[in-house]
Design a protein around this ligand. Structure first.
Ligand SMILES: [Fe+2]
Ligand SMILES: [Fe+2]
Length: 178
């Protein structure tokens, strides 16, 4: 990669699905749509006070999201930042915000297991409130990330995309060579 300035690709969201590389190169969107679906399910179940199995479902879902985030932070973001001379720090911040909201959800689930505090209203549903806050933060993050990342992926020519997809970061970015 030389030091010549690169033009950062900009492809409006409404044009993504018609892009010739959409099916092969628009990574993330399938996982994101699953994340949104699970989040809505958790909120709906909490709203109905159907809590059985919900905490363990939340924990399993969070584990899947953490491995998705790890891939993004260890490979996807560094490569795109290097390739297009952009910063994806706003997306990294979104991950930190999500972790804070997830901690609040876990605490709300733990509070369900404790005897009710006399100061708490019997209509209070801390799990629902925490899941709704997590859902909003998730939706914000996924939108920010998709807007930032998808155009950069679509703009890679297929040969470069395949090299990115198949190779470890150490083979793609000189600074990561040990
Ligand atoms: Fe993502
Ligand atoms: Fe992410």
């Amino acid at each position: 990669m030389n030091a010549v300035a690169v033009a950062v690709p900009s492809i409006p969201r409404e044009d993504w699905t018609a892009h010739p590389r959409f099916r092969t190169q628009a990574l993330l969107l399938g996982s994101h749509s699953n994340f949104r679906r699970v989040s809505r399910y958790l909120v709906d179940q909490a709203a109905r006070e159907e809590f059985v199995g919900l905490h363990s479902l939340f924990d399993r879902w969070i584990a899947a999201m953490r491995s998705h985030e790890a891939y993004e932070e260890r490979k996807l973001y560094p490569y795109l930042e290097y390739r297009w001379r952009v910063s994806l720090d706003e997306a990294r911040t979104g991950h930190s915000e999500l972790h804070a909201r997830a901690d609040e959800v876990a605490e709300a689930f733990r509070s369900l297991a404790r005897p009710a505090d006399s100061t708490e209203s019997s209509t209070d549903n801390p799990v629902l409130r925490a899941l709704q806050a997590h859902d909003r933060t998730l939706d914000d993050h996924l939108n920010v990330e998709e807007e930032a990342v998808v155009p950069l992926l679509l703009a890679l020519d297929p040969e470069e995309f395949n090299r990115y997809y198949r190779s470890p970061l150490s083979m793609l970015i000189p600074a990561h060579r040990g």
